[in-house]
Design a binder for this molecule. Sequence first.
Ligand code: ADP
Ligand code: AMP
Length: 214
Amino acid sequence: MKIIMLGAPGAGKGTQAKKIAEKYGIPHISTGDIFRANIKNGTELGKKAKTFMDKGLLVPDELVVDLVVDRVNQEDCANGYVLDGFPRTIPQAEALDKALADMGQKVDYAIDVDVPDENIVKRMSGRRACVDCGATYHIVYAPTKEENVCDKCQGELILRDDDKPETVQKRLNVYHEQTQPLIDYYTEKKILAKVDGTTDIEVVFDTIVKILGA
Ligand code: ADP
Ligand code: AMP
């Protein structure tokens, strides 16, 4: 099962993608996590990506596409995967479709987690990410057992630099301009499913499971 998660920054793509990956036993591939790991490790890719991420801009397509195509060709992706944060532009979607078509494959579902802009800024200011394992929490909607300590690895939790309100507004603009057109793209391919992302995390997940099948 090959699944794409669509939605504004902070809509809950990562939260749902992790739950899908766990339930269906497929890898969760987050391009944002891959870039953050590269930044942490001081790689050339990380240095390049950071200049765009800090400004709330998308990393150029040529730095993203090959990385994802290589990743989905790895052995653990044979039974499918859930892509979180990719594609984010029409050229990325076309490149993915072409790479899959060359292997006789296709995307099965594009799930659009729909949350209005008004809710997003509030969500993002409460998001906390673990510096060590990347797990994501929310101070109100998905709190840790102990304040500022990751439940999974005891790592320290931080507010991502790009989750500060001024950058979030920029990222929302970028989303509407460059990523939202993908909703029409996948609607035309008849694989788009829209879910209401404003309900509780478990309610959103139940809706997605009904779409994907148990
Ligand atoms: P994305 O991957 O789309 O950027 P996340 O999955 O990281 O978004 O979610 C953004 C923030 O909102 C996180 O702090 C997360 O815990 C919280 N969150 C996710 N889904 C919901 C929901 N349905 N209701 C309330 N908060 C949520
Ligand atoms: P995310 O963790 O998905 O919110 O991504 C954080 C940031 O990483 C984005 O704001 C972009 O700067 C960059 N990024 C992640 N995925 C992509 C992508 N597919 N295309 C371009 N930039 C991306």
